[in-house]
Structure formats: C-alpha cells, structure tokens
Write a protein that binds this ligand. Sequence first.
Ligand SMILES: [Zn+2]
Ligand SMILES: [Zn+2]
Length: 349
Amino acid sequence: MKAAVWHGTKDVRIEQVDVREVQPGEVKVKVEWAGICGSDLHAYHHGMGVQVGGPHPLTGEQAPLTLGHEFAGTIAELGEGVSQYQVGDRVAIEPLIYCGECKYCREGHYNLCEKFGFIGLNANGGFAEYVVVKKHMLHKLPDQVTLEEGALIEPTAVAFQAVRSSKIKVGDNVAVFGAGPIGLLTILCAKAAGAAQIIAVDISPERLEKAKEVGATAVINAAEADTVKEIMALTGDGVAISYEAAGAQPTFTNAVMALKKGGECMVIAAFAKPAQLDMTSLLVKEINVTASLAYRHVFPEVISLVEQGALDVKKVITKKIKLDQIVEDGLELLVQDKSQAKILVQIQS
Ligand SMILES: [Zn+2]
Ligand SMILES: [Zn+2]
C-alpha cells in the first residue's frame, strides 16, 4: 500500500509499504481522510517527536515510520475478539498509545501515561491506505458526521479538553493567543462553552480573518497593536481565561497580563524554549497558570457536539490534497502560507 513515511528531517517519502497483520483485539482501518498537524511539521522540518534510536516500549516500532495521527476511515478487517464493530463501520481514531498499567493509566489519566505515545509518531500512522490500531482507539461516527469531520475530531479533542478543564463559565470573556488550527478550534469550543467575548490574537492577518469566521468577536494583530491594552479596552478589566495556543514568550507574557484578577491562563501549546513568568503579577492578581496535554475520555463528547452542529469543525479546513502531494502542498506549504489552517489529505485515490 501507499504511505507517507518519515525517514529523517526533510525526508518524507511516498512509498509502497506492507501493512502489518491484524492481531487479536486489533482492527484494520481503511483511511479516508487525515489531517496535517503541527507535530507533523515539527517531525518533518526539525526531526522532532518521531520514534528514533530504538523501538517504542509499547509498539515495538521505530523510524522509518508513517506519519499521521488525525484520521478517520472505515473498518476493513476485524481481529480476533473484536465483536462490537463490523467491517464498513465509519470510525475516528483516538491515536494515543498508553500502557494501561502505570499509576496514571490506572487512575484513568492515560494521556499522562509513563509510556505515552502517538500512532503516527511512535507507531505507523494514518498517512497510509491502511493502518492497524487497537480496538479501544476506535470511535464510531454517527451518520451525520462526515469522514472529513471525523479526521478533525482529534485536534478538536485537544482544544475541547483545554476549554473543558479551564474554569470557563457561560458569559465569561476569553482570549485565544495563536490562531493556528488548535487556536481556531479553541475559539469554536469556547463559543460552545458560552463565552461572551472571544478575542483572538495572532500576527497573521489571514489567520485573524479565519478567527473571525469561526467565531472570534474581536481580533488583535499583536504585530501592530498593544495586545494587553486592547484587551483591557475591550473588556474593562481583562479576560477570565486566556488560552495559550501559540507557545512563545511574548504570547505567554501577554496571555498572563491580559487576565483579570483571579483569571486563568490555560496552556495548550508546546513551547520550543522555556518561558519566563513574572510571579509577582501572578501573586497580586491571584492568577493561575494551568496546562492541558492532549485529551482523555473526550472523543464521544466531541463527536456528539459535531453531530449536533455545536462545533462546526469544517470551518478550519483551508485545503484538501492527495497523499502524493503531502510534502509540497502540505508539509512545505503550511510553513510558507500563513493563510492555511488545517490541510486534509485524501488518502484513497
Ligand atoms: Zn496533532
Ligand atoms: Zn500507563
């Protein structure tokens, strides 16, 4: 079958590979749509995040590996002991790899597993015609949810968990720093959670335009305006919650400074470098800084909200490409063209 395989930095090849055999408790999925994520860009451009230097302790796999962890498709083959699904079922995949045995797994916090990993980074992923996954990774899609939306459940789950575990209350004013795919999905989730003002901050006019489309009530271009001053002017005393979906020192500083007293900065982004924090401003305003890693136990809720139309995730799609185009029109384009948000790859030709 055809797959987009990571061999090294700037070296992703479309090649013919074998799909591994389905083991008991596993399912073979025929992938229809797969989204390109920021972590795929990090893997391609900087060689970050991919399993190298030895096999993953749970999957036994290592590079060269097929990328792709945001995907949906139909079930093509059932392994022994899989009775709750049928061939042809439409599914979204929750791609987290965890042991199920460590302290955190036993507490249900499987996103904090000691051996935490991702299909598509620590095992072969969804930029391939077929992928074999464990049955617990499957989430059936209702008829009203398309397979394209199915590929967006995973990144939406990241934003959803951050919003849900923040202290947001209906009627709160919030700010979202960074209007990339996760920032845009955070805007959608904050809107669904009943936020009043949703202020989006970015330095790209195209991204801010997209932020308005998905529901931001105001946008601030941080390259041109004094972000904190503008947020104070819009809200009076600052936002209740700021979501940090950019992952840089200036955005983090502003995300904290733009809060009202008792506010919360929820960190969703992965920071490339350590960031500094003025503890005095935290103390005098009784501010909390919290973080949310991936997701746990939220796929059913996200799928349900998409089904009901409360999360119109399609709006973040800016381009659809074929698997053969993934390097040039996907992994390369996403860093050059800031008007792009989520690029979906159609896998079956
Ligand atoms: Zn991702
Ligand atoms: Zn574990």
